[in-house]
Ligand binder design. Structure first.
Ligand code: FAD
Length: 414
């Protein structure tokens, strides 16, 4: 075996996982499913039972009656003999002793350590950002606070037309409240989506009644003498009244444990194609991991459930002795009101796009030169399934062939 393996399914050892989010819980589940007989401990500083994040900006804030969705039933942890220490933070890694030190002083020995610490919201750094009524959305606690405040709010301003900002805005409109979304760029989701798709989403949000303002950054936020937010002032000078502000301007990887332990970090914990850091006993998975994109060879960091769970599965397999490189196809989804967006592959490097379908159910095929690299689908789940197949199997159409009339992605997915 290679250095760093826990030594296979039948052997003992203690896998400690920092973070019981989508990636961390998957590591534990896949280790047990693969027959790992050693000890597993999940440590998480969040005191809520591990839950799914996607609903928090969608159904959960749209409807007071919606309950949080657990990542696994409570009995999973006991039944699979996975020790869950929630409400406790890992403060430090002692790599030489192969130990982690918890906030409460407890010390855990590990044979392998998986850093699955996720990300935190990027703070908005403008005058007035500390006022009461300005919130971010990452945790169940954040979502509970926001949906409670929505019962009293009148005018909501969302800063940032990213996935979370737009999902939240659609939920707010669904509750019949006024909402303004301020976006610094010239179109929503510019980093993640092609111009045709983000143009469609922009128009759809306007028709939902959302006041979407692009090319508008936040200059400052104003409040009452008592410290309650009253308005967000844009760089254009326009003042947008607000009694509730959601800041959704992206996240920063929680890579500080790795950094202070002397591991290389650069917008995420740097890992190799086995998702391993230069320390053979330490891995990183999910939002906090910066890994090599198998399609482009570039170092990337992704923020999606599929990325986190596929990373988790891969780390578990590696710990059980598998020696394959990580090569999953990136997938994303977002639900914004009645809009169902699904993306397969990464469209950022596209040089050409071709739109197929109808005005409100269509796909954007993204080509790099002649090669299909990604497909963005709106309200077209069949296209998305076909896209996943062709992108994984490498049977994708070329741009030249695709340009013909009557093209259907599904014909290539058989
Ligand atoms: P996380 O799920 O963030 O888990 C990391 C955990 O580690 C956290 O619980 C954190 O508290 C804990 N932790 C961090 N540091 C320490 C420490 N030192 N000690 C102990 N514990 C620590 N993705 C999609 O694909 N589709 C969606 O529709 C979608 N919607 C989303 C909606 C919202 C509101 C949010 C916030 C995210 C959404 N995402 C969505 C993104 C997705 O949830 C993340 O990509 C995913 O949660 C990443 O999983 P992870 O395990 O890497 O990190």
């Amino acid at each position: 075996g290679r250095a760093g393996h826990v030594a296979g399914a039948g052997h003992a050892g203690h896998v400690v996982v920092a973070g019981a989010g989508h990636a961390g819980v998957q590591v534990a589940a896949s280790l047990r499913a693969g027959g790992f007989a050693g000890a597993i401990t999940l440590v998480d500083d969040d005191s809520d039972h591990p839950y799914q994040r996607p609903p928090l900006s969608k159904d959960f804030v749209a409807d007071m009656a919606v309950a949080p969705l657990p990542l696994r039933a409570e009995k999973f942890f006991a039944d699979s003999n996975v020790m869950l220490r929630d409400g406790s933070a890992i403060r430090e890694i002692d790599r030489r002793a192969k130990q982690v030190i918890l906030q409460d002083g407890a010390v855990l020995d590990y044979s392998a350590l998986v850093l699955a610490t996720g990300a935190r919201c990027r703070p908005l750094d403008v005058p007035g950002a500390h006022l009461r009524g300005i919130h971010q959305l990452r945790t169940l606690r954040d979502a509970r606070t926001l949906r409670e405040l929505l019962t009293r709010a009148r005018s909501v301003v969302v800063v940032g037309a990213g996935f979370i900002g737009l999902e939240f805005a659609a939920a707010v409109r669904g509750r019949g409240l006024e909402v303004t979304v301020l976006e610094a760029g010239d179109r929503p989701l510019a980093r993640a989506l092609t111009a045709p798709m983000s143009g469609h989403l922009a128009a759809a949000h306007l028709s939902m009644g959302t006041n979407l303002r692009c090319n508008e950054t936040v200059a400052r936020i104003t409040g009452t003498v008592a410290g309650d937010v009253t308005a967000v002032v844009g760089s254009s000078g326009t003042s947008y009244p607000a009694d509730l502000v959601l800041v959704g301007i992206g996240v920063q990887p929680r890579d500080e444990l790795a950094r202070t332990a002397g591991l290389p970090v650069d917008n995420g914990i740097l890992v190799d194609d086995r998702l391993r850091t230069p320390d053979p006993a330490i891995y990183a998975a999910g939002d906090c991991a910066r890994f090599r994109d198998p399609a482009s060879g570039e170092r990337i960091r992704l923020e999606s459930v599929q990325n986190a769970t596929d990373h988790g599965r891969h780390v578990a397999a590696t710990l059980l002795g598998n020696d394959d490189a990580y090569e999953a196809l990136p997938l994303f989804w977002s639900n914004q009101g009645r809009l169902r967006l699904q993306v397969a592959g990464l469209s950022g490097a596209a040089t050409h796009t071709v739109v197929t379908g109808d005005p409100d159910r269509f796909s954007v095929l993204c080509f790099r030169d002649d090669r299909l690299i990604a497909v963005e689908s709106l309200n077209s789940p069949g296209d998305h399934v076909a896209a996943r197949r062709v992108l994984t199997a490498g049977t994708a159409p070329s741009l030249a062939r695709d340009a013909q009339d009557g093209f259907s992605l599904k014909q290539y997915a058989q």
